[in-house]
Design a protein around this ligand. Structure first.
Ligand SMILES: [Zn+2]
Length: 89
């Protein structure tokens, strides 16, 4: 959870939230291979007001999805925090 908080607070461009049709989606793009993953925000929790109020929570979920991808597809980059911090400097 600490890692998530760090990612969310220092890399707020990692998770993109956008409107698609009648739903809002969140999307993350891997900074290593450029592959993107997107998912609709839960039905019933997809109103613009919800997205605005829970923006940070949605970003945490997006970061979780990105972490899962990184650990699965790029296990050699397990030192993720270091990688991200270098990239942002
Ligand atoms: Zn990747």
């Amino acid at each position: 959870m600490d890692t998530h908080a760090h990612m969310v607070d220092t890399h707020d461009d990692l998770v993109e939230i956008y409107r698609g049709g009648s739903k809002n989606y969140y999307k993350v793009t891997c900074m290593v291979c450029g592959e993107s993953h997107q998912s609709p925000i839960k039905p019933g929790y997809s109103s613009d007001a919800f997205v605005k109020e829970y923006n940070r929570e949605i970003r945490v979920v997006g970061c979780d999805m990105l972490l899962s991808h990184l650990l699965g597809a790029h296990p050699d980059l397990y030192m993720l925090g270091d990688t991200l911090d270098k990239e942002s400097q």
